[in-house]
Design a protein around this ligand. Structure first.
Ligand SMILES: C[S@@+](CC[C@H](N)C(=O)[O-])C[C@H]1O[C@@H](n2cnc3c(N)ncnc32)[C@H](O)[C@@H]1O
Length: 282
């Protein structure tokens, strides 16, 4: 999109969403504070300078597979991704699991998922390049298309009715990632996992987008001092948790929907509630 076009898009959006703009500016202010705070940290002087090592990631089967994969189909991952994958994916190992990976490239990661999850795993690779069709076999299906194209995903969902895990390692542009998330998150099975990697390139836009999702995820109603009983939003009803690692976002879906988020008080002995007005200057 050209700069002038972008400017007018933002300008007209701002006029029709003044309240959101005020909220967004305040959010941006806090985001800047967070960035400044994180930037203010100093390196620890009691640790050795970084060397090229993979020891900072604990061993797991994915890391072992990657280390052994020095020949054959190319596989390109940050080492710390193996930790995150294992944390969120291990519950599916050995079971029937339907895994979509956007971004096939040289086919090495498709083989890694089969090896990690086992014989009952079905892998669906998505890529914009026709040549990736060559990686298709009995347990791997390849779909050629543009992940930013919502019509592509509509058709994909008809052909792949079950998706337990979606890994987005495709074009890495925010609009591509957002279209993929919006089309596919509702389609992922209960208990399933969405994971988007390499979010650094489109950092500001995807991070802001995720920040908006997180704001809604933290929605609460009926807040009183002795009882909280908040009707779950449709998003809270189905989403269990959101996680962030360097360059990765993960969203886990609930196995069972939840209708209310409640915080009752248990116990009989209570200290007085702190009153900032009464305690001021004390
Ligand atoms: C980083 S590589 C994938 C690496 C692979 N998953 C691995 O771990 O080795 C990114 C892939 O995304 C594909 N790609 C780029 N833009 C795309 C788009 N708009 N839709 C679908 N795939 C895309 C590229 O063709 C490329 O094969």
């Amino acid at each position: 999109m050209k700069l002038a076009e972008r400017f007018f898009k933002v300008f007209f959006w701002s006029i029709s969403h003044l309240k959101d703009v005020a909220f967004g500016l305040e959010n941006a202010m806090y985001a800047k504070r967070g960035t400044d705070y994180a930037n203010s940290w100093n390196y620890r002087n009691d640790v050795e300078p970084a060397t090229e090592t993979n020891e900072y990631v604990k061993d797991n089967r994915l890391k072992t597979y990657f280390d052994a994969n020095t020949e054959g189909h190319g596989l390109f991952k940050f080492y710390h991704y193996f930790d995150a994958y294992d944390r969120h994916f291990s519950k599916f190992v050995g079971k029937e699991v339907h895994v979509v990976e956007v971004g096939v490239w040289s086919g090495g990661s498709l083989k890694m998922w089969q090896s990690y999850f086992g014989d009952k795993c079905k892998v669906y690779g998505v890529d914009i390049q026709d040549a990736c069709k060559a990686y298709e076999n009995e347990n791997v299906k390849i779909f050629i298309g543009d992940q930013e194209n919502r019509e592509f995903w509509k058709d994909f969902k008809k052909k792949v009715p079950r998706v337990d895990i979606l890994i987005d390692d495709g074009g890495h542009l925010a609009e591509q990632q957002i279209a993929t998330l919006e089309e596919m998150l509702p389609h992922i099975s209960p208990g399933g996992v969405y994971l988007c990697e390499d979010v650094s390139g489109s950092r500001m836009k995807l991070t802001s987008y995720m920040n908006g999702i997180e704001n809604e995820f933290n929605w609460i109603e009926n807040f009183s001092s002795d009882h909280i009983d908040s009707k779950a939003t449709p998003f809270q009803q189905q989403i269990d948790s959101i996680h962030q690692y360097p360059y990765i976002f993960v969203i886990e879906k609930r196995s069972e929907p939840v209708n209310q988020l409640i915080a009752p008080q248990h116990g009989t002995i209570w200290a007085p509630v702190y009153d900032p007005k009464k305690n001021a200057g004390g």
